[in-house]
Ligand binder design. Structure first.
Ligand code: HEM
Length: 415
């Protein structure tokens, strides 16, 4: 077993062999930065033989992460080998979903849902997203403490998903529930909570199956359910594959966008000069959006499995090895993003961030996530809202979803 790392442990002198960046405590305590800085400097491709998730390679530099993602024929995403997170989900819990498939099936299914994220759809959704965002912001108090995660990040992303699925509005909170259970790898690891998780996944599948059947009987529309229902590649999937793809679309859009909104509030609080730039000139918002996503990196990693003996950054890997791509580290790589910890809305290359991944699996929802953030900032500025963090953030204690459980804030009205 690798030594359990503790917040306050010396990242600079701990033996490299003891460094296990999958340790949930690093994320619970927001103390991951020096550990990745050490790995980037001394072992950008690092092997940890004894983690609770089994042996795994860490790929920590921006260039090496891209190099791995550029070779999907060697570095598989397939659920057959354990899928796309550091946890090897097994048996009935290891669901086929297109993010965890390789060519050709991956491409066939990805193509089904991409029209939902095309320019005309994004434009159509923009109006609805703006209306829902404005409605929500108008309910928020000035000068009173509340939890930004609960009142803003969760509400807005759940609303966005409901729009994308054309999901019954009154039931939209089910999307949050399913996403919270489906995306939590710690809950999947514990046999007791995994059973509860499994029940939620069943409930989700039954609910969405009903919607699929209804949409199949109607003329096709551009919402995700209708696109799947009317397609060859996804219209008649086996039960497990339906569950897998439903949860992919829900978790994919939910935790990620939620945590970029929470990260935004926290980042602008820490770098008030950047928010002041937006107050002075809201036209700069589109440049700020990718920088916020880089800074937060809502998914800390994706995982691949070697299909043959290979090499990354000079390190020899064996067929079957687990390879973890730490986006959270690549996005702090100083050789690409100087002064990487700083939020800098003028950063010329913020769009090179890896938070959406890279290559054939790059996030299909990227434009929608960006739209949601852009509209949020625009509507906040219209209402002269500046967010102040007034207590300790409560961080998600795991190494996949990187974000916040709670973020206490007060909204001030700026001049
Ligand atoms: C800031 C918000 C978001 C972040 C940081 C994010 C991040 C990611 C990442 C890292 C991947 C995997 C890329 C790879 O393996 O190279 C991914 C894939 C994916 N994302 Fe997102 N995502 C976000 C928003 C969304 C939204 C709004 C949706 C809409 C439902 C979505 C749906 C998906 C899907 C379906 C995939 C699988 C793509 C494939 O395998 O071809 N994501 N996302």
């Amino acid at each position: 077993m690798a030594t359990q790392l503790r917040a306050g442990d010396p990242a600079d002198t701990t033996p490299l062999s003891a460094i296990d960046v999958s340790d949930p405590l690093l994320y619970a305590h927001d103390s991951w930065r020096p550990w990745f800085a050490r790995l980037r400097a001394e072992a950008p491709v690092h092997f940890q033989p004894n983690s609770p998730f089994g042996p795994y390679w860490s790929v920590c530099s921006h260039a090496d992460i891209q190099a791995v993602e550029a070779r999907p024929d060697i570095f598989s995403s397939s659920h057959e080998f354990g899928g796309i997170t550091i946890v090897d989900l097994m048996g009935e819990f290891n669901l086929p979903q297109f993010i965890a498939m390789d060519r050709p099936r991956h491409g066939e299914q990805r193509r089904v849902i991409t029209p939902s994220f095309g320019p005309s759809e994004i434009q159509r959704m923009a109006m609805e997203v703006r209306a829902r965002t404005a409605e929500l912001l108008d309910t928020l108090p000035y000068g009173e403490r509340f939890d930004w995660v609960e009142k803003v990040s969760i509400e807005l992303t759940t609303g966005m998903l409901a729009i994308l699925f054309d999901f019954p509005w009154a039931d939209r909170h089910l999307l949050t529930l399913w996403s919270d259970w489906g995306g939590d790898i710690e809950k999947a690891l514990n046999p007791e909570t995994n059973l509860v998780r499994h029940q939620h996944m069943l409930d989700m599948t039954h609910y969405l199956d009903r919607l699929m059947a209804e949409r199949k009987a109607l003329p096709p529309t551009a919402d995700l359910i209708s696109l799947m229902a009317h397609s060859d590649a996804m219209g008649d999937m086996p039960f497990q594959e339906r569950t897998g793809n439903y949860i992919l679309l829900i978790v994919g859009g939910n935790d990620t966008t939620r945590n970029s909104m929470s990260g935004a509030a926290h980042a602008f609080h820490q770098y008030p000069g950047e928010w002041a730039k937006l107050i002075a000139d809201p036209a700069r918002i589109p440049a700020a959006v990718p920088e916020i996503i880089r800074w937060q990196t809502p998914l800390a990693h994706m995982r691949r499995t070697c299909l043959e003996d290979t090499e990354v950054g000079g390190k020899a890997m064996k067929k079957g090895d687990k390879v973890v791509l730490w986006y959270i580290s690549g996005n702090r790589d100083e050789s690409v993003f100087p002064d990487a910890e700083r939020l800098d809305i003028d950063r010329p290359n913020a769009r090179r961030h890896l938070a959406f991944g890279f290559g054939v699996h790059r996030c299909v929802g990227a434009r929608l996530a960006e739209l949601q953030l852009q509209v949020l900032f625009e509507e906040m500025l219209k209402r002269k809202m500046t967010v102040r963090v007034v207590g300790e953030p409560d961080y998600v204690p795991q190494s996949f979803v990187h974000g916040y459980r709670k973020l206490p804030v007060v909204i001030d009205r700026h001049g």
